[in-house]
Design a protein around this ligand. Structure first.
Ligand SMILES: CC(C)(COP(=O)(O)OP(=O)(O)OC[C@H]1O[C@@H](n2cnc3c(N)ncnc32)[C@H](O)[C@@H]1OP(=O)(O)O)[C@@H](O)C(=O)NCCC(=O)NCCS
Length: 255
């Protein structure tokens, strides 16, 4: 009993950490549909576990009437779970949600097949799923991962990753950096890399991006070699390089 009470207390307190609009415990208990849905689900899940399947489904159905949030009583939900706003959330029977996860309104943790057995996602600790996102199939969303609003995710998400878009793709800050460096280099050599992004599927743009990455790597190696030569007392002298037509190519510098 004391475990249940401490769990409910945690479920209330976590709202204050994740919703700056929350004012008081009384407000959370009386006006937060996500909290109501969770309490009703905890009841329904207990009934489900005891084998009272109809009663569990009916409890979940009442929860849906009252809150607009549909959680199958078979779904396993960890501690400090928070659904903000709530309306339109659907959580399937075999979904598993670990601790400290947050969902916004319109999220679906759904299945893509009619097979019985595991067919809904597993969210690891600390996952946040943005409003309207659909996470489909028996995939894992790794610890601390974030799914952007309105994304559709059908493949596993690594821990800590942020996924956006349809179909969901990972936003990789390093890839972003590489593409910025690429743009800089492309500008330097006069190639218009406008629109060439890390996840672009155009094979020609992809090949050019690979070449730009390679040139960038060679540039870095060359810089390191001149540094080492200079440390060894040999100064490298920059000389203009004639191109095929006999014109000299200007060094664009590092800007
Ligand atoms: C995905 C999310 C977590 C990323 O947040 P972030 O790490 O601060 O990332 P940024 O805002 O810097 O965006 C990074 C890039 O992803 C894009 N992006 C962000 N969210 C996106 C989304 N939902 N769909 C498509 N692209 C998105 C941005 O446009 C940006 O692209 P760019 O680098 O080409 O400009 C956040 O945008 C999100 O969707 N959170 C859910 C919030 C929510 O549902 N709130 C409801 C409150 S009621």
């Amino acid at each position: 009993m004391s475990n249940l009470l401490s769990q409910i207390k945690e479920d209330i307190n976590c709202v204050f950490d994740r919703d700056p609009a929350a004012q008081s415990v009384f407000e959370v208990i009386t006006t937060y549909p996500g909290f109501h849905a969770l309490m009703i689900h905890r009841m329904g899940h207990w009934l489900w576990g005891k084998g009272f399947r109809w009663a569990a489904r009916f409890t979940s159905h009442i929860g849906r009437w009252l809150t607009g949030i549909e959680i199958h009583p078979g779904a396993i939900i960890g501690r400090r779970f928070f659904i903000d706003h709530g309306m339109g959330v659907v959580i399937g029977e075999t979904a598993v949600i670990a601790d400290d996860c947050t969902l916004y309104h319109g999220v679906t943790l759904g299945g893509t097949s009619w097979d019985k057995g595991k067919r809904h996602p597993t969210l690891h600790n600390g996952v946040v799923i943005g409003a309207g996102a659909k996470v489909l199939g028996p995939i894992d969303v790794g610890e601390g991962a974030r799914v952007g609003s309105n994304s559709v995710v059908v493949k596993p998400v690594p821990a800590g990753a942020t996924v956006v878009g349809i179909p969901g793709h990972i936003i990789d800050p390093n890839a972003q950096k590489t593409s910025e460096e690429r743009d800089k280099l492309a500008k330097k050599i006069g190639f218009d890399a406008y629109g060439a992004t890390a996840d672009m599927t155009d094979p020609v743009a992809k090949s050019i991006n690979h070449m730009l990455d390679h040139i960038q790597l060679m540039d870095k190696r060359f810089e390191r070699m001149t540094e080492l030569l200079s440390e060894a007392g040999i100064e490298y002298q920059e000389k203009p390089i004639p191109d095929l037509d006999g014109y000299e190519i200007e060094d664009g510098g590092d800007e």
